[in-house]
Design a protein around this ligand. Sequence first.
Ligand SMILES: Cc1cc2nc3c(=O)[nH]c(=O)nc-3n(C[C@H](O)[C@H](O)[C@H](O)COP(=O)(O)O)c2cc1C
Length: 332
Amino acid sequence: MLYESYKIKNFVLKNRAVMPPMCMYSADEQGYANDFHLVHYGSRAIGGVGLIIQEATAVSPDGRISIHDLGIWDDSHIPGLKRIVDVIHQNGAVAGIQINHAGRKSKTENPIAPSAINYGGDYKAPREMTKKDIKEVVESFKQSARRANEAGYDLLEIHGAHGYLIFEFLSPLSNQRDDEYKDGTLFLKEVVEAITSVWPKEKILAIRISAYEYVEGGVTPKTISEAINSVKHLGIDIVDVSSGGNIQVKINAFPGYQLDLAKMVRRETKLPVMGGGLITDLKLADHAIGSNRCDLVYFGRVLLRDPYLILNHADDLGIDIEFPEQYIRGKK
Ligand SMILES: Cc1cc2nc3c(=O)[nH]c(=O)nc-3n(C[C@H](O)[C@H](O)[C@H](O)COP(=O)(O)O)c2cc1C
């Protein structure tokens, strides 16, 4: 199943393998893409990955995780991003981008968050967002979505996971407001509405969420699915299921450790899902799809060490994959 194509809207992924967003912290301090990004994303596209989702790209300078994040807060970012899209397309993959505001996990000067609760470690204490801040951030998501469309991305992924701003609103552990935004789905709804006012209906809209926090009082697959269900009618096409990141806690990770979370979110939301986590064995990925735990599988760190994973290991599943023409003489 891993090597079967997958149709979503009018896009056909040539297989079910996804490169999930992975921050490379390799942009300059103004957030512009450079040659590293072209080689990095281009080689995974040549390597046969069906869908590439570009790393968390900041919707505002203060929304950066680090000062070396890629940025999409200004129209001048569009040409550099377009080059990434083009290299992905030229090599046969569908091009996605994750847009993010880092909230209290921003290492910039003045982090903001739903509540003034510190993430811990060497993170600064955030300032509680005013309603004006909320409005501005919603607008920055909207303008970023517009730019992502102009750059040519096929899929836009809202980063609603890992303890960044949207997730901070969703988790009772980081949202202790006493106004209407105490219901974290309100902020999510405003962000999704703003995005769908500019992101074309023909293109794919994804959301990444953490389906579990591994501590009492945090979100669960059920509560997070309820949050997704409250916005899915606005136009969410697929959910990218991850976990953790809002509270510093040790996670017992093993190959496929988040697949059951993906399955639960899939069941509760009735939306297609991407699942993964420490998957390096393509047989496990194939089985995850075959057993309906997820529709697409993401391969993160393994793709950092082996950009050609999908080409090199098709024969583990008895598949004869088509190599890029230039590389045919390298086929085993
Ligand atoms: C270097 C690195 C950077 C990451 N950056 C992001 C990111 O920008 N956005 C995100 O949602 N997840 C990020 N992640 C999480 C990955 O997308 C993925 O969910 C995680 O690594 C688990 O998959 P894996 O075990 O196959 O690596 C990052 C992971 C790594 C290793």
